[in-house]
Write a protein that binds this ligand. Structure first.
Ligand SMILES: Nc1ncnc2c1ncn2[C@@H]1O[C@H](COP(=O)(O)OP(=O)(O)OP(=O)(O)O)[C@@H](O)[C@H]1O
Length: 220
């Protein structure tokens, strides 16, 4: 079974091509990590995969810029993870008065992320690492078949990053993440995809990708 498949597609913006001849398929249970230099096209590929997954799958997204509403509390930002489960009236009332059951569930998610103390704080007053964990909290609260994350642990230290990816594994069977930390990528991924010079240069089970292949991605 395949959740999404791109076959020799060209991805880019307007007339500018970022990735050529992209073939990429995702099966349930795979944890795919995209590697490549800044600008190699990781976000472009992630966005294309996300767009194609969404019509038929519940997908939790952690975008690179977090897409939080700074003026709202942590609680209300996390509530937004499930907005599309309900109609507009339900959503408006639950944003104004978060339902007690939802608050309990969200508090548990936030406790796992070390954010229990800031549940009622505005996101605007949080550190970068805290904001990133709020974005993860919104994805955890959403849940779903697939997690898509664009550098989802870039703002926290290595130990925290490992712990957060463990939670991601526990909560989502299938994921596609862009990560810049190669050791972290190796510890998490079942499959590694390397992007360089407008192409996918490798796409293979993580244990078969050697360090030289990865180093070559980042060579000038
Ligand atoms: N919305 C956009 N419109 C036009 N060009 C874009 C847009 N987003 C990205 N690009 C360009 O596409 C190329 C690939 O960008 P992309 O964000 O996919 O790379 P990336 O590997 O995710 O980089 P990073 O690690 O810095 O996030 C870059 O040259 C970038 O300038």
């Amino acid at each position: 079974m395949t959740l999404v498949a791109l076959h020799r597609e060209t991805l880019g913006y307007g007339r500018s091509t970022v990735l050529s001849e992209v073939s990429f398929a995702l099966a349930p249970g795979e944890r795919v990590v995209l590697l490549g230099r800044s600008g190699a096209g990781k976000s472009t590929l992630l966005n294309a995969v996300y767009d194609r997954l969404v019509p038929q799958n519940r997908v939790a997204l952690v975008p690179q810029d977090h897409a939080l509403v700074p003026q709202l509390s942590v609680l209300r930002n996390v509530v937004m993870g499930r907005l599309d489960d309900h109609g507009a009236v339900y959503n408006l009332t639950s944003l104004l008065h978060v339902r007690p059951g939802d608050r309990v569930g969200i508090a548990a998610v936030l406790a796992d992320l070390g954010l229990a103390d800031v549940i009622d704080r505005k996101v605007a007053g949080l550190s970068g690492g805290q904001r990133q964990r709020v974005a993860l909290g919104r994805a955890w609260w959403r849940g779903g078949t697939v997690l898509i994350g664009d550098e989802p642990v870039s703002a926290v230290d290595e130990t925290q990053a490992e712990a957060l990816l463990k939670q991601a594994r526990f909560r989502f069977d299938t994921a596609v993440l862009a990560l810049h930390d190669v050791a972290l990528a190796r510890s998490y991924a079942t499959r590694l995809v390397g992007l360089n010079r407008n192409r996918i240069v490798f796409d293979a089970p993580a244990e078969t990708v050697d360090d030289a292949q990865i180093t070559a991605l980042y060579a000038r």
